[in-house]
Design a protein. Sequence first.
Length: 110
Amino acid sequence: MLASLPAPRSLQEGFREVQAGYEQDVRRLRSYLVPRMKHLDGEALLEAADRGQSDVNSFLRTQLACKTRCDTKLAPGPDASAKNTACLSACSAEDPAFDRVNACSAVNWL
């Protein structure tokens, strides 16, 4: 999904790398959970997966809206990239799903 976000070509490669990292994390999480599924509450896992998907969808919608909002504010100049990054970060943080998506982005605890 990240790679589908509108961005300059220079950022697209970074999006692909981030997405590959997320896909690797999902594989690690599955390899951890699948053997334990018979001992876990499947309904709770489905609810958590639905909530997670909803948060990701909300986050991506917010990212697209933020990009539009920040691009209209962007004035050409030597620090335009830094200002755009700051605008995107501040705008993204307004989404209630932002903290939940970030909190779940690292699965190094497995």
